[in-house]
Each structure stands twice: as structure tokens, then as C-alpha cells.
Design a protein around this ligand. Structure first.
Ligand code: FES
Ligand code: FES
Length: 169
């Protein structure tokens, strides 16, 4: 195998089937950003800590900087670009992040929302502690996390059809 040998990959990304040739060493984050032009997922580190590159793959939260694109062959992925509703309205989480001011620079937000999306499938009614633990693989340098927790609580309430009551501080 030469360094530049290309391998075929097929995957479903945001509901669309994509087929490309990639080098074995190509990271999934680079494949998403550079081959598919899905530039919402970001790169914030080289040590798998920050989670800015998080997407949902086969129902799991994955850090796409720590997978090769060839490992996603056959997988089903959702990135932040696949989160809005088909009619263009925002998903409950996107709305929650805006309403609760859960973002500032926005760099962590695609990964944060994708992690929260999977978290709310794993646990539709999380406590504050479960939310904080559930997003502990995602770093944010701007918000101090407090409003991200509220944004996720807002989305959980909306998805559960209950009223979101902001806790008094
Ligand atoms: S870029 Fe930081 S965990 Fe992936
Ligand atoms: S909003 Fe800036 S890093 Fe989270």
C-alpha cells in the first residue's frame, strides 16, 4: 500500500448517500470538511479532548478527528448541517441554544449540539448533573457551560412536550 493509495468509501451523511475515494490516513473530520464541504464540525485540538468535531455516527457520538474516513465506510452520519427540520425551522436543540444563549463564538456549538442530540436520545429527561456529565467530552471556552445546560434542558422540555422552567439562580 503506497501512502497515497485511494480507497472507496460509501456512507450516508445527513440522509444522502455519498461515495468518494480517500487515502487510508484521511481523518473523518477532514473528509467531512474538505471532501463533503460540511464545515460545521470543527477542529479544536489534536488530542481528542475538545469534541468540536463531534457528529452522530450509527447512533453514537463520535469525535471525527479520531476516526479515519475509511472506518466510517457503510455508516450513517448526522452532522450539524443535518439538524434543522426539513421545512428549514430549527431543531429543538438549535432553538434552545439560541433562546438560552448557549453559544458565543460558535466554534464548539456544532459538536455540542450533536453531542446533546445523541445525549437526549440516550436520556430524554436528564438531570443537570447528567447533562454536565453527558457533555463532558465537549469543551467550550466562551460560555462557562451554564447556558449550554439550560439550552439542553430547554430542548428536552420541548421534545417532551413539557414547560421549561428556568431554575432560579
Ligand atoms: S478536534 Fe478536538 S476532539 Fe476532535
Ligand atoms: S461558544 Fe465559543 S467555544 Fe463554545
Amino acid at each position: 500500500m503506497s501512502d497515497t493509495e485511494q480507497f472507496p468509501v460509501t456512507m450516508t451523511v445527513n440522509g444522502k448517500k455519498v461515495q468518494r475515494f480517500v487515502e487510508a490516513r484521511t481523518l473523518l473530520i477532514h473528509f467531512l470538511r474538505e471532501d463533503l464541504n460540511l464545515t460545521g464540525p470543527h477542529i479544536g485540538c489534536e488530542t481528542t479532548h475538545c469534541g468540536a468535531c463531534t457528529v452522530e455516527m450509527n447512533g453514537m457520538s463520535v469525535k471525527t478527528c479520531t476516526l479515519f474516513a475509511v472506518q466510517a465506510n457503510g455508516a450513517e452520519l448526522t452532522t450539524i448541517e443535518g439538524m434543522a427540520n426539513p421545512d428549514g425551522t430549527l431543531s429543538a436543540l438549535q432553538e434552545g441554544f439560541r433562546q438560552m444563549h448557549g453559544l458565543q463564538c460558535g466554534f464548539c456549538t456544532p459538536g455540542m449540539i450533536m453531542r446533546a442530540h445523541t445525549l437526549l436520545k440516550e436520556n430524554p429527561n436528564p438531570t443537570e448533573d447528567e447533562i454536565r456529565m453527558g457533555i463532558s467530552g465537549n469543551l467550550c471556552r466562551c460560555t462557562g457551560y451554564q447556558n449550554i445546560v439550560k439550552a439542553i434542558q430547554y430542548a428536552a422540555a420541548k421534545l417532551n412536550g413539557t414547560d421549561f422552567q428556568e431554575a432560579a439562580e
